[in-house]
Design a protein around this ligand. Structure first.
Ligand code: CP
Ligand code: NVA
Length: 304
């Protein structure tokens, strides 16, 4: 069976744990190596990863490109609007063609359903590089970062403050799989999708009070209030006014609590300079870990 990495809730807990352990091992094994040198086992040797972007990207684009090279393979990067996709060629036909030319495809799409459609006919692994619904690769990098700094994720409490968006959904999916508790604080009109909340079950609590969510938490996470594709900028800024992460909010968390943000950040909106540049912020390690976590995902896909 082709191993697609579309959403965290689609994998077994043991598979996810193995991917995260592999990410840790790959990072540890690379200490001091030049970025271009392949990992010793080179599971991507002679493999080509295609990347298709319908939305902007810095981290996902560069980290996947570095990742496939470190796995021993090569990449082809395309913007969807430059492809015939941009002129209406069906997603399924694009999938059939790319399946004949490359060994895996990473897609960043406006509509989650398009990635599902692609995967349904693709004969090579498909990786979700962010959609309107989820961002699973990000969460693996986040969990890797947390474990590096404060130990095993199982039993920890993560507070998500802000928009119940795509990144939040993937945290929700991860909570029961990795055994952590997730407190989500967001305004009622921007809560996570109920279908996703259902997947989190008892591992997820929802509140509209950021202070309640953060109290005693081991990790505080936020993201932009206006994701790519959101049109209601002014309404969002007003709705999220009380949801900024500042030092007063961080002070309610556990004494050794850490701060994460998938980036790009909007300083002065969802987070202050003091927090994102402060001692508790792990955002640069978090960005780096996109490479290590994605290598583990690709290695898992290729091993299928
Ligand atoms: N966090 C993240 O996915 O960043 P990019 O949008 O830059 O890829
Ligand atoms: N929620 C953000 C994440 C960017 C990496 C967005 O979708 O724009």
């Amino acid at each position: 069976m082709v191993r697609h990495f579309l959403d965290i809730h689609r994998l077994e807990a043991a598979e996810l744990r193995a991917i995260l352990d592999d990410a840790h091992a790959r990072k540890a094994a690379r200490k001091g190596w030049p970025q271009g040198r392949p990992d010793a086992d080179a599971p991507g040797k002679e493999r080509v990863l295609a990347m298709v972007f319908e939305k902007n990207s810095t981290r996902t684009r560069f980290s996947f490109d570095a990742a496939i090279r470190q796995l021993g393979g090569a990449s082809i990067i395309a913007t969807a609007s430059d492809m015939q996709l941009g002129r209406g060629e069906p997603v399924e036909d694009t999938a059939r063609v790319l399946s004949r030319m490359v060994d895996a495809v990473m897609i960043r799409a406006n509509n989650h359903e398009d990635v599902e459609r692609f995967a349904r006919v693709s004969t090579v692994p498909v990786v979700n590089g962010l959609t309107d619904r989820s961002h699973p690769c990000q969460i693996l990098a986040d969990l890797q970062t947390i474990e590096e700094h404060i130990g095993p994720i199982a039993g920890k409490t993560i507070a998500w403050v802000g928009d119940g968006n795509n990144v939040c959904h993937s945290f929700i999916h991860a909570a029961p799989k990795f055994g952590f508790h997730l407190n989500v604080a967001c305004p009622a009109e921007y809560h996570p999708d109920l279908r996703d909340l259902e997947k989190g079950g008892a591992s997820v609590s929802l509140t509209s009070d950021p202070r309640e969510a953060v109290r005693g938490a081991d990790v505080v996470v936020t993201d932009t209030w206006v994701s790519m594709g959101d049109q209601d900028y002014e309404a969002r800024l007003a709705a999220f006014e009380a949801y900024g992460v500042d030092e007063a909010l961080m002070a309610l968390a556990a004494p050794d609590a850490v701060f994460l943000h998938c980036l790009p950040a909007h300083r002065g909106e969802e987070v202050t300079d003091e927090v994102i540049d402060g001692l508790r912020s792990l955002v640069w390690d978090e960005a780096e870990n996109r490479i290590h976590a994605q290598k583990a995902v690709l290695a898992w896909c290729f091993a299928g």
